[in-house]
Design a protein around this ligand. Structure first.
Ligand SMILES: [Zn+2]
Length: 196
């Protein structure tokens, strides 16, 4: 139980990292604040391995270097176009790493079946149908675009939805969320037995 709570705390911190990073990318958070948040959040994580953390810290460092370079005469100036790109690329990489680790941690404290989209098998950030399997979040799957609680509310309807999605080329509903080396067949293995 103790361990489960520690993992939950890490997930909470990771959510905070993603939120800050997305807020920065949508130009609502200034770089100096982002830099402060990122470092301190990563340092608080307890249930991650060193290799993973090193990768994240290195990306944070890339961002910090750009930040440092933005000081002219001791005054903070906007980033150059090149540095903006470096920061954004680093953040996208951080997001991918964090999302993947969050999924692993969530899988550790929950039944994996409950995390998977019933249509495409993508593991979700939140349990799409709740802990009891009866309380849909009404979120949309970034991969197949199903809305949990609507098209996936019975087997017949979700199979129809899946088939149409596959026939149209299994395109990602939110293309920028698609992992670089995504394999459809691998992901579909996550679909719970009773929804195949
Ligand atoms: Zn899906």
């Amino acid at each position: 139980m103790e361990q489960k709570n520690k993992i939950k705390k890490d997930i909470y911190i990771m959510e905070a990292i993603l939120l800050r990073s997305k807020t920065y990318l949508s130009h609502e958070l200034p770089l100096p604040s982002l830099v402060i948040y990122l470092e301190s959040f990563f340092r608080q994580l307890k249930n991650v391995d060193d290799t993973w953390l090193d990768k994240c810290m290195k990306l944070c460092l890339d961002i910090e270097v750009c930040y440092a370079m933005s000081f002219v005469d001791d005054e903070y100036k906007d980033l150059s176009k090149e540095d903006t790109q470096i920061v954004e690329d680093a953040l996208h990489e951080i997001n991918t790493l964090v999302e993947k680790k969050m999924q692993e941690l969530r899988a550790e404290i929950s039944t994996p079946d409950k995390l998977a989209c019933r249509v495409c098998g993508k593991l979700q950030g939140d349990l799409p149908w709740g802990e009891d399997g009866k309380t849909p979040t009404f979120d949309v799957c970034y991969c197949c675009g199903v809305q949990f609680g609507y098209e996936d509310c019975d087997v017949e309807s979700l199979r129809k939805f899946r088939q149409a999605w596959l026939e149209q080329g299994a395109n990602w509903f939110v293309p920028k969320e698609k992992p670089k080396n995504w394999v459809l067949e691998e992901q579909m293995k996550n679909i719970p037995e009773s929804y195949r």
